[in-house]
Design a protein around this ligand. Sequence first.
Ligand SMILES: Nc1ncnc2c1ncn2[C@@H]1O[C@H](COP(=O)(O)OS(=O)(=O)O)[C@@H](OP(=O)(O)O)[C@H]1O
Length: 364
Amino acid sequence: MRDNTRPVLYAICSSLLLLVLCMHLLNNSQIFKMPPAKRITVTQDYKPNRRIVSTNLPLDDKYNRTEEISKATNQGKVPDVIGIGVRKCGTGVYMKFLEKHGYFRFPSFYNYETEYFTRNKHKGLSWYMSVFDPTPNEKLAIEKTPHYLYAKPSSIPDDILQLNSNAKIILLLCNPTPRAYSCFVHHYGKGISSKDWPFAFEHYVRKNLPLVQQTLANSPRQDIEKFIFANWNSNLECIIAGLYSFHIKRWQSRFNESHMMIINGEKVMQNPGPEYIKLQKFLGVPEMFQEKDWVKNNTTGHFCLRPPNNRSTLYCQDDQVKKGRTRSLIAAKPKRNITMWLNNFYRPYNDELVQLLGKKFLWN
Ligand SMILES: Nc1ncnc2c1ncn2[C@@H]1O[C@H](COP(=O)(O)OS(=O)(=O)O)[C@@H](OP(=O)(O)O)[C@H]1O
């Protein structure tokens, strides 16, 4: 090192030392001390109810707070809410609408159906958790897999509880006769012109209903269950899914009214506003959807939503997910004789359902 650079280096080093010393002194003095973060109790109603827990964590400690909240509710496991059906009663439609709500996070699948408890359990919990949008932990994780209602294994309700003892179940029921038609068109209607759907459906019912009727007649519950579990994914599915009173017993024995909401899908289709208000209350999320936000499309008869983030637009399902195939005002209806046959077949199950759930479950 050259002799004339030494004094310069000394000067730099001593200034740095002085600076560090000064910062240390200032930091310990009262002038620069931050006040302690304000402590709050997390009870604001912008949080879903189930997450309203007194964590007494600092407001600015976002990371810890969400971590604590999820620990206090479901140990960070998913999901918080599971839709268990019924397929073709509007299950995909309400998920699409709930996407506009803002307080939910969804599986990354187009149809939201994880099939975890039916087909994918072997992939493990980490897989199940990984399919959900990971972002904000304060949102309720919601999925729907309509097969859960009647698919095997029979332990699905217990499996859900084991994962999250606080899980909430949503079950949308609708008139099983038009539902069967809708299901048929969904599965088999693609290659058939829509004007021929009623005939193709007649053929399907004539071919399959007698077998179901025969099996159900005078069989003990366990045999019927065996039959359903053997056929939940067969071409009989469109018929057997509609035996609601049979299916819901195993769910009712595990989930009480505070954890399972059974919604009349016919009412939702006719006037969604009040039903979504009840749903938001049940899930403990803010009432982002109000009655006045629902607007009927007079061509299809279906309702559209004025989404909370942009109420000057209309969000409809008819086009976006190709719904409204059989129930819209312009759709080809099933033949009257087939409708009557199916109505008669489902009547005892519908009557039993009314007994189980009360008068509010009349379809018409
Ligand atoms: N608001 C609104 N807009 C559009 N469509 C509506 C709406 N509400 C209920 N529906 C009816 O929902 C039926 C589809 O039910 P799902 O969503 O359960 O189907 S799926 O199981 O997810 O495939 C679908 O039945 P189809 O008419 O047979 O296609 C729709 O008619």
